[in-house]
Design a protein around this ligand. Structure first.
Ligand code: AMP
Ligand code: GLY
Length: 425
């Protein structure tokens, strides 16, 4: 089979590397890809939002199956367009992708199908929203309804901060149309865990639960980023909690979406808060997480393309899916200054060495310049190590990360520390 991956980050590089292992896959294409992906797949520079051109590319290259990484093309309806053209593709259709595309819609599903989440209200009117903030007082989370590149949720510790957030979103429209509606919700406390499942619209299989690290600095300090590292499985989600997440969150969501006439096929990603009164949904994503996928995909023992094809064909009930019992840790190496301003074009040193079979280097913001690979984004690389025990994986991954460098390279030193603390009591 010829397979096309849409996207250009560490997640897409991980997908490419996993699909390369499949006996069903003969050739992999990635659009637009990056310098590292180009070593494993045929890349072409087409925007992920240019669906018409993607269809033409897939046709020209006789693509048998397409996998979409980022949310924007999914929310734009890439899956419907490919399928209408008779081209098999993995991911939710536009109606189902609204689970990520609209937080108000996601909350509607959660309320309707009794899925635990933070209490909330939705507003379009600035004065009403302000009055609600005053009436609540204390910490609140204020969110733009639509896609805002992961920046649309403002965690506010005081009433003044919440008022400012409402003003920014509803009156100053800093997120444009995505902020036409605002959600104001209760602030939850606890550890965050990402639960990714793959659904065929009815059945679900589960990837290893993982934990992302959103803040840029150690000890979860500093501004939010796209994610500075991840590990899996997250031991905080023990068997009992896993069951609760499966039954009261993941299965209810899939059932609810089917009942709404929007069957969800693809990756259902529930961002969870493990609160003292059980796991609650912070948000849904309709795709593989990044960097989570760089930790959970290397743990998949089944053939990923078979799983994705079974999901697309509504046949996951017959599929025996298997995750490895090992642990994986992914460290993101970022450009100094990220998520604020940073410089690009820095030559990356240390990429051409053999790290061993237990270490994988995924490229995110990289570019070829002459014979060199240089930095081209905020998150530059994701380095993952897999080992029998979490502690070993941590040691192995930091050993490898220490051998790669570029001017201004920055990474967190405490990825998976919360898991070790949990395991050691
Ligand atoms: P979201 O875009 O909804 O995932 O929110 C982004 C981040 O904001 C989450 O990963 C959490 O760290 C934080 N967050 C969102 N909702 C809440 C909430 N209700 N309580 C506490 N933190 C939240
Ligand atoms: N790691 C967060 C996300 O993929 O949205």
């Amino acid at each position: 089979m010829n397979v096309l991956i849409v996207g250009s980050g560490g997640r897409e590089h991980a997908l490419v590397k996993m699909l390369k292992k499949s006996e069903h896959v003969s050739k992999i294409f990635c659009v637009p890809g990056n310098a590292g992906i180009a070593q494993d797949a045929v890349c072409e520079s087409i925007s992920v939002e240019n669906i018409r051109e993607l269809i033409a590319f897939a046709r020209k290259n006789k693509i048998d199956f397409t996998v979409v990484g980022p949310e924007i093309p999914l929310v734009m309806g890439i899956v419907d367009e490919f399928e209408t053209n008779g081209m098999p593709i993995f991911g939710p259709g536009q109606q189902a992708a609204e689970l990520e595309g609209s937080k108000a819609f996601a909350k509607h599903i959660m309320r309707e199908y009794d899925i635990p989440t933070a209490d909330f209200q939705v507003f379009t009117d600035y004065e009403k929203a302000r009055r609600f903030v005053y009436s609540q007082g204390g910490p609140l989370v204020v969110k733009a309804d639509g896609l805002a590149a992961g920046k649309g949720a403002l965690v506010c510790d005081t009433t003044d901060q919440a008022l400012e957030a409402v003003k920014m979103i509803l009156r100053d429209a800093v997120f444009g149309q995505a902020g036409r509606k605002v959600l104001i919700e209760e602030k939850l406390e606890g550890q965050e865990v990402s639960m990714l499942g793959i659904s065929d619209g009815e059945n679900l299989i589960y990837l290893s639960p993982s934990q992302d690290h959103k803040r840029v600095f150690d000890k979860d300090r500093g501004p939010n980023t796209g994610g500075m590292g991840a590990y899996a499985p997250a031991p905080q989600l023990d068997e009992e909690l896993m069951d609760e997440v499966r039954y009261s969150i993941m299965e209810r969501t899939i059932k609810g979406m089917a009942l709404e006439g929007r069957p969800f096929k693809g990756v259902l990603y529930a961002g969870l808060m493990l609160t003292s009164s059980g796991p609650k949904v912070l948000e849904y994503n309709c795709r593989f997480g990044d960097p989570e996928s760089q930790a959970v995909l290397p743990l998949v023992e089944s053939d990923l393309i078979e799983v994705m094809m079974a999901a697309r064909d509504g046949q996951l009930d017959e599929y025996e899916f298997k995750n490895s019992a090992k642990s994986a840790v992914c460290i993101v190496i970022a450009s100094g200054g990220y998520p604020g301003e940073y410089e690009k074009g820095k030559p990356i040193l240390g990429l051409n060495q053999t790290f061993g079979n237990d270490v994988m280097v995924f490229h995110a913001g990289t570019q070829k310049q002459g014979n060199e690979i240089v930095t081209a984004g905020g998150r530059v690389l994701g380095v993952t190590a897999v080992a029998d025990e979490l502690k070993q994986a941590i040691n192995r991954v930091y050993e490898a990360v220490g051998k790669i460098t570029f001017d201004g390279a920055y990474y967190r030193k405490d990825i998976a520390a919360k898991a070790l603390k949990f395991l050691n009591g």
